[in-house]
Design a protein around this ligand. Structure first.
Ligand code: TRP
Length: 338
């Protein structure tokens, strides 16, 4: 039996943080064992809001290097840059033409981002979810690991595949596109901001202190943890809904130490914040240390990194172009001369 396919991606905006690792990329490492995995750096998504060309280029390469440093293995997974595989933009155009505009206007993340952009909202920002649908559908992905905030986008990809392509264009009921399912990461791995536990840890938060970068040096990690928002209660606990900061910091602690929730609960039950923060800082620094060393090694050898991305592009192209041809053919585009 052929293994199921998984596809996921992260935008190369700013540098990756603890939330990206504990909530997403860390899970990819395990998925590589049981599935055929495709991981892309979604640079075309990163240009849906105003951006700096130099930073984008740097960030694209460093995001790919961080995938590797975190343990994404090019022997097991296909690692590539979205814009290198032209089928993404091509399928996106086709899907644009069959997707009702009012489906797009309903997208929660679009509405939130559009408010932030004021008068400067691009057509690309509205179209972001269709490009994401193209990413997924091109690879006949069975499963897509995404956070809760991306569920609506995945639902859209399913609706486009099912209602707008398969049911309108497939003959004899043979599906043209595979309808993917979400693989929602468990609750425990949703990491919140260090300065406001109501928000997800995010690359776009203007406050640097709200997140721990995967490449932050040890002193900076310790400083950010020391300044993290806390409450004035004694003892630390997971389950008290009035103590979201305790829940978040304890969650980080379990994930970076690999200890179980109950072990951590017992360990920290009577601990004060000061002592806990020192422990958390030490544990975080030592969890990130192998990733940081591996990253430093990888960026020294740019040619090797580029080779990995070139190989990834080639493998991705092959799968993606097959799907693109299938869709093009089904909707009546004249076959390309060979
Ligand atoms: N929108 C996703 C996010 O911000 C990133 C993304 C783009 C993605 N294309 C994807 C995730 C395809 C999974 C699959 O998290």
């Amino acid at each position: 039996m052929t293994p199921k396919r998984v596809l996921s991606g992260v935008q190369p905006t700013g540098s990756l943080h603890l939330g990206n690792w504990l909530g997403a990329i860390g899970n990819w490492i395990d998925l590589q064992k049981d599935f055929e995995t495709f991981f892309c750096v979604v640079d075309l998504h990163a240009i849906t809001v105003p951006h700096d060309p130099k930073l984008l280029r740097e960030s694209t390469l460093s995001t790919a290097a961080l995938y590797l440093a975190c343990g994404v293995d090019p022997k097991r997974s296909t690692i590539f840059v979205q814009s290198h595989v032209s089928a993404h933009s091509q399928l996106c155009w086709i899907l644009n033409c069959v997707t009702p505009l009012n489906w797009m206007e309903r997208m929660i993340q679009f509405k939130e981002k559009a408010i932030k952009q004021g008068d400067n909202v691009s057509v690309g920002l509205l179209d972001y979810p269709v490009l994401m649908a193209s990413d997924i559908l091109l690879y006949d992905a069975d499963l897509v690991p995404v956070g809760e905030d991306q569920k609506q986008h995945l639902e859209l990809a399913r609706d486009i595949a099912q209602q707008r392509i398969n049911s309108k264009f497939s003959k004899k009921g043979d599906p043209i596109l595979k309808v993917p399912k979400p693989l929602i990461s468990s609750d425990g791995s949703k990491i919140m901001s260090l300065t406001n536990a109501a928000n997800k840890m995010s690359k776009s938060d203007p406050n640097e202190g709200s997140r721990i970068g995967l490449l932050d040096p040890p002193e900076l990690i310790a400083k950010k943890i020391k300044r993290a928002k806390t409450d004035s209660e004694a003892g630390l606990e997971f389950a008290n809904p009035k103590r979201p900061e305790a829940h978040n910091l304890l969650t980080i602690y379990t994930l970076v130490t690999g200890k179980s929730k109950s072990e951590v609960e017992a360990e920290c039950l009577e601990m004060g914040w000061g002592k806990f923060k020192t422990l958390l800082a030490e544990a975080t620094v030592s969890a990130l240390s192998p990733i940081q060393s591996s990253y430093q090694e990888l960026v020294k050898d740019q040619a090797q990194l580029e080779l990995i991305l070139a190989t990834g592009k080639e493998k991705a192209d092959e799968v993606a172009n097959t799907t693109l041809d299938r869709v093009s053919n089904a909707i009546g585009l004249l076959q390309k001369p060979i």
